[in-house]
Design a protein around this ligand. Structure first.
Ligand SMILES: [Zn+2]
Length: 453
């Protein structure tokens, strides 16, 4: 049997080093808005340069920096781009047990906004570059490390801007990025997810128009009432189940690993007619919610704006709806679906504006996917890496549009990590941080530097 990681690496000292870097990275407040990612980028740059890895901080506008390592042979294509975003979402400080920018270390966990999403991945990737360099490989010739701005608000000042202004610096065959996933462990093994696809985010504004007037004289063309009906109709609507290719692969693997019911019965999830009934039997609410979101389009009202004064019926108001659509569907088609729902509920005069892209997908029969899968198994013999489609969007979509396969990893196989992402009390375990470094280091050493048959 092949020896595992016979590299002479002192993993307990790497663990301490990585934990210390993550603590310091979390202490840099990169809440977006405003972002202030340059502070994070400068911090990462100093660590890379200490290893002798050349890199630069590039700002899309003041304060909005990204850091990218440079290929020595300019214009060449890297094997793998190690990507993560520097910015984090806002934190409601008073609701956290430990302050979100403290980097507090408690019982083997590191706390802070970004601990999972996704500064820990940034540290795993950075340590992978550093370890390869220390081992005498030259990672900068095969790999790009990129930590970018603005992912949480759509990437306009991060990946999207970089691809427009510096496309040559991001040329690569494959990408490792965040996975926005989950995982679990039971006696069948440990499920790790590799994000190979994501639903399209189509942000939508519906504007309602009615007859303005004095509220002391009611009439039946009040746009606020039309909007209320629409919000209720969208919340109540049962979008049909549709099983797409990436979700089918995930559900087949999931059926074999879960213990809520016999595998054969769980495969009923693949049947659009039986799917809802089988979902009800998954006793874990987080899993049930996520799987439900993977097999349907969704339209969730999140913002309403109406009126200016109690005694004035406004002539116009609007609501915003977060729509997530499945691979194979177009925003235009989903707009028609929404209009049909509103018309069926008498929502008056309205217009729908929808901005968004289409869902993106990467193949999972590539050489790099297999190397990654093997690396998980080498470091956790119980591991099963399943391909997964995330309901949420990441920067991977920009690269997938260019035909570059992206694999989103989640090193922490827990079900509640997904609730801590963007929620309160975000934290990650030092053990999983080290596990992630081992998996990535091993996969990239194998893929980029070992002679492969
Ligand atoms: Zn993220």
């Amino acid at each position: 049997m092949k020896a595992v990681m016979n590299t002479g690496i002192n993993w307990s000292s790497i663990e301490k080093e990585a934990a210390d870097i993550l603590v310091r990275y979390l202490q840099i407040n990169t809440t977006n808005p405003p972002g202030n990612e340059t502070a994070g980028a400068v911090f990462l740059k100093s660590l890379l340069e200490r290893e002798g890895i050349a890199c630069e901080v590039i700002e899309s506008k003041p304060g909005r920096g990204s850091v990218i390592t440079g290929l020595k042979a300019s214009g060449s294509t890297a094997d793998v781009l190690l990507l993560h975003h520097i910015d984090v979402v806002p934190a409601e400080t008073d609701k956290w047990l430990h302050p979100p920018f403290s980097g507090a270390v408690i019982d083997g966990d590191i706390w802070g906004r970004g601990a999972v999403d996704c500064k820990s991945l940034g540290v795993m990737e950075l340590m992978t570059m550093a370890l390869l360099k220390r081992q005498g490989f030259e990672p900068e010739k095969k790999l790009i490390y990129a930590a970018t701005a603005d992912e949480e608000i759509g990437g306009a000042w991060g990946v999207q801007w970089l691809l427009k202004h510096h496309p040559g610096k991001l040329r690569t065959r494959y990408i490792i990025n965040e996975g926005v996933g989950m995982g679990f462990s039971n006696s069948n093994g440990t499920m790790y997810l590799c994000q190979v696809a994501e639903k399209a985010a189509c942000w939508t504004r519906i504007t309602f128009r009615g007859r303005p007037g004095h509220a002391s004289v009611p009439h039946d063309d009040n746009c606020v009432v039309h909007m209320a009906r629409a919000v209720q109709a969208l919340a109540d609507h049962g979008f049909p189940v549709k099983i797409t290719a990436p979700v089918e692969k995930f559900l087949r693997g999931f059926a074999g690993m879960q213990q809520f019911m016999p595998e054969k019965e769980c495969l009923g999830l693949l049947d659009p007619v039986r799917c809802e009934a089988v979902l009800e039997r998954i006793a874990e609410p987080a899993l049930r919610r996520i799987i439900a979101a993977l097999v349907k389009n969704t339209a969730v009202p999140t913002l309403i704006a109406a009126g200016s004064k109690t005694n004035v019926i406004p002539g116009e108001c609007y609501c915003e709806v977060d729509c997530r659509i499945l691979p194979g569907e177009m925003p235009e088609g989903f707009k028609i679906t929404l209009a049909k729902i509103l018309d069926a509920h008498g929502c008056g005069d309205y217009t729908i504006e929808m901005s968004g892209s289409i869902a993106s997908e990467s193949p999972c029969d590539t050489d790099f996917y297999r190397v990654l899968e093997q690396s998980f198994i080498r470091h956790d013999p119980t591991a099963r890496m399943l391909p997964y489609m995330s309901p949420g969007a990441t920067d991977s979509r920009f690269f997938r549009q260019l035909g570059i396969p992206c694999y989103g990893v989640q090193m922490e196989p827990s079900l509640d990590a997904i609730d801590r992402i963007h929620g309160h009390n975000e934290r990650t375990s030092i053990k999983q941080l080290t596990f992630g470094i081992k998996v990535l280091y091993d996969a990239l050493k194998t893929f980029c530097f070992d002679n492969r048959a």
